[in-house]
Structure formats: C-alpha cells, structure tokens
Design a protein around this ligand. Structure first.
Ligand code: EPZ
Length: 420
C-alpha cells in the first residue's frame, strides 16, 4: 500500500498539460462495441478506470491494440458474449455503459451492478426507465441487470433527474433502434457531447447533445472512426485549485476554457487571477483567497466533482463559506480528514459551513474516494509541514501521472511504499 508524502508550502510554478477526460473515455470505449468496423481512440487518459474498461472489452471478445500511452485501436467484430464479468464490473461506475452498448448491439445485455465512488445513493432507475421505454425488458437478480428486447423502438423519454449516465446510456441503446428517440431534461456535460460526436462519426444520427433535448434517429448500421477524447475538465479544475491553494502561478494547458467557466468564475470571485489564452489558462494566486459560497449543479453549473478540492481552498480563505452539495447526499467524507489538518468545517446533510483558517497543518490522512483524494493532495500542497496520504488506489482511478505532473510544477512530493 503506497502512500504519498507531500511537504507543503511550496508554491506550484510552471506549466501542466491536461490529459483526456476520464468521464468521456469510460463512455466512448463501451460505445465502440456498436461499431461495425475498427475504431481508433486517441488522447485516452492512462488511468485505472480506463484500463478496467479495456479489460471488460477484452473479456467480451473485442480485439484491442495500444499504440503509445494514449491511443487504442478497438475492433468489436469478434465480441461473442453479452455477459460482463462480475469482478470487472464492480471496479467502477461506468461499467453500466455496457448495458446500453450491448443492448444496442445484441438486443441483450447482462451486466452486474456497477461499483464506483461511495459518495451517496447512486440509483440507475433513469437508465432502466430509458431502456424500458425503448422496448427492453429489464430484470434484476443476484446483483445482475439483465436487459433483453426483440427489437428496440425509438421513444420519447423525460428524465426525472438530470443524469449524465442515463443520458449517455440511452443514447447508446437508441442509436440503432427503429425510429427516433427524444431525451428530454437531458444532461449537458461535455462528455455527452464528446460521446455523441464519437457515435456520429461512426454514422449515428444524434442532434442536440449539449442541450437539454437530444434527438436520436436510429440507423441500421454503424461503421468505424478515429476520435480524440476531449481534455479532462476535472483534472484541469483540480490543478487550477492546487495552484491557488499553494499560492502559485501555473499555466494549465490543453484545455477547452468554456468547459471551465463555472470554476474560473468562482475562483475570480475569490480574488484569484485567471487569464484565459486559447487552449490554456493561467492561474495566479493573489494573496489569501476570499470566501465564496458554492452550490453544485449539473453542467454548466459548478461541478460536484470539484466540490471536494474547492472545499480545501475555502478552508484557508478569508471568511465563512457555505457549500450546498445538491447532486449527492454523501460527498463530505473528506471533511473529517481535513479537520485533522486544522480545517473548521461543519456539515449538516448536504450543507457544509466552512470557516476559513489562516493555514492548514500537515497530517496523515486517507483518500475516501477519487475527488476526496484529489482534495487531500491539494490540502497537502497548501499545508505547513508534511502530509501523508493513504488509499492512493482511489486517486489512480482518475488522475494520470499525478506525482510527475506535480513534481514538474515544483511540488515536494514522493511516493513511498509500506515497506519503506
Ligand atoms: C457521472 O456520474 C460522473 N461519472 C460523476 O463523476 C459525476 O459526479 C456525475 O456524473 C455528476 O456530474 C462518470 O461519468 C463515470 P448522474 P453518474 O447520473 O452518471 C441521480 C467522478 O468523480 N440519479 O449524473 O453516475 C444520482 O443519484 C465521478 O469522476 C438518479 O436518481 O451521475 C445523482 O444524485 C463521481 N437516478 C444525480 O442523479 C439515475 O438513474 C446525478 O447522477 C441516475 C442518477
């Protein structure tokens, strides 16, 4: 069990290149099952969640070939089963995308319940509602979701909650259905647009991705394509927050600035300088940040995936801030760890009240999930003294080459194994 040791108080300086988006990659790789020809997927992040999805593709019988660390060639012609392995499925949340993809391709899917971060209740009722509207019969037994249909027919589906996963899963199942499907109250996250662009490059007919109404006109067959994954909004946001929390000056490169508008706006409100320039933006700390309130919302609102890293910046801000976590009911597990570092935070249900303190102090802490792990790294960079972070497996699920990127920014960070 490796640990990260961070000596805080060293401002991050320099440039960081952002990798491909995890939440796009883990949707687009299963979508390659729908392709009748070879797909080349580029700018894939080299992270655990991606390698777990690739393991499932291989288990299903797909042929995959890696070229370098961020390019994958996938041919799904030889897939010979619609049953996903139990152990592989529970390693991450996005394994649920194999339901939509296998149902879309074979009109059959057997996928065990997904795993993923323990950040509150995470039902899949909207996914099931969508599949049933398309004509599939869904049964759940022994922890396995079975979906089956003689044929899939386009339908109008109104999502009761704005769900990234349900929007994408319905798109996967509907793109080769008979007739037209409309998803209303759809999620608008950039990964939905990226997945729709991938499917359209295969020959699908999807309109309106990125808006709250998506129209999918079913086609007979899909071909192959070459597709580059968009930059990771959450990785970029994490480095922006780390730059400010360490009192640094960092150029965050290879990003799509509009994807970061809500984060940039909030950090500017806190007094941090943000300078956009083409596909990069510079973050310059400007003394002690000012407190600001946050309410997490679906895109383009403030993303819940940056709530935990942002709570660290707020814990050293001047003043009192309120975080309203409107998406998940269990995404404050990192707060007890931050309190070990001297943070003053009170949590009541989905509300956290943060009274800023002048500085945090280093301590042994634990990553309780992916973004909580990122928050611990940001806290360690900001704190006085040494922070030791355990449970790194959570962080490796979603951040490519984190230590190396931070070392290149001048952080004092090292990985030690239990034996050391
Ligand atoms: C995606 O999860 C992301 N994961 C999450 O990122 C992210 O937090 C979330 O979207 C919201 O932005 C991936 O893309 C793999 P949702 P997803 O369905 O699709 C409720 C990270 O850190 N809901 O948009 O699972 C649900 O409980 C991860 O990278 C239902 O009630 O999220 C939640 O409160 C963590 N019924 C809300 O909707 C459903 O059928 C949003 O969930 C589906 C969702």
């Amino acid at each position: 069990m490796d640990k990260l040791i961070i000596e805080g108080g060293h401002p991050l300086k320099g440039e960081v290149n952002i990798s491909g988006a995890k939440n796009s990659a883990v949707a687009i790789l299963p979508a390659a099952i729908l392709a009748g020809e070879t797909c080349t997927i580029k700018n894939l992040p080299d992270i655990k969640d991606v390698s777990n999805i690739i393991d499932i593709l291989i288990q299903l019988g797909a042929r995959v070939e890696r070229e370098g660390h961020d390019k994958l060639i996938v041919n799904s012609n030889n897939i010979d089963t619609y049953k996903v392995d139990f152990e592989l499925s529970k390693k991450l949340r996005a394994s649920y995308y194999f339901i939509g993809a296998l149902l879309g391709r074979f009109k059959k899917a057997e996928v065990p319940f997904p795993g993923g971060c323990d950040i509150g209740v995470r039902p899949i009722d909207q996914h099931i509602k969508g599949f049933e509207a398309l004509g599939a019969k869904i049964t759940i037994e022994h922890g396995i979701i079975r979906a089956e249909a003689d044929k899939l027919v386009g339908a109008s589906i109104f999502l009761d909650v704005v769900s990234v996963g349900a929007t994408i899963n319905i798109m996967l199942a509907a793109c080769m259905a008979k007739g037209t499907t409309t998803i209303e109250n759809a999620a608008k996250e950039p990964y939905i647009v990226d997945t729709a662009n991938f499917l359209n490059a295969l020959g699908a007919n999807i309109k309106g991705a990125g808006t709250d109404e998506i129209k999918i006109k079913g086609v007979e067959r899909l071909g192959g394509c070459e597709h580059a994954i968009i930059p990771d909004q959450m990785e970029a946001g994490t480095y922006m927050i780390a730059a400010a929390a360490s009192k640094g000056n960092v150029l965050v490169k290879n990003i799509i600035p509009t994807h970061l508008d809500s984060i940039s706006a909030k950090m500017k409100e806190m007094g941090v300088e943000i300078i956009e320039n083409g596909d990069s933006l510079r973050v310059i700390a400007n003394g002690r940040p000012k407190a600001a309130n946050i309410k997490t919302m679906p895109y383009p609102g403030f993303p819940t995936d940056l709530q935990q890293p942002m709570s660290v910046l707020l814990s050293v801000a001047d003043g009192t801030a309120i975080i309203n976590e409107s998406i998940y009911d269990g995404r404050f597990k990192h707060v007890d760890e931050l309190k070990k570092m001297g943070a003053k935070i009170n949590v009541e249900g989905r509300i956290a009240v943060i009274e800023g303190v002048p500085k945090l102090s280093g301590a042994p802490v634990c990553a309780t999930d992916l973004r909580a792990g990122a928050a611990m790294v940001v806290a360690g960079l900001s704190a006085e003294g040494e922070t030791i972070i355990s449970n790194l497996a959570h962080i490796e699920r979603g951040y490519e080459r984190l230590e190396r990127k931070l070392l290149e920014l001048g952080a004092k960070i090292k990985r030690v194994s239990e034996e050391d």
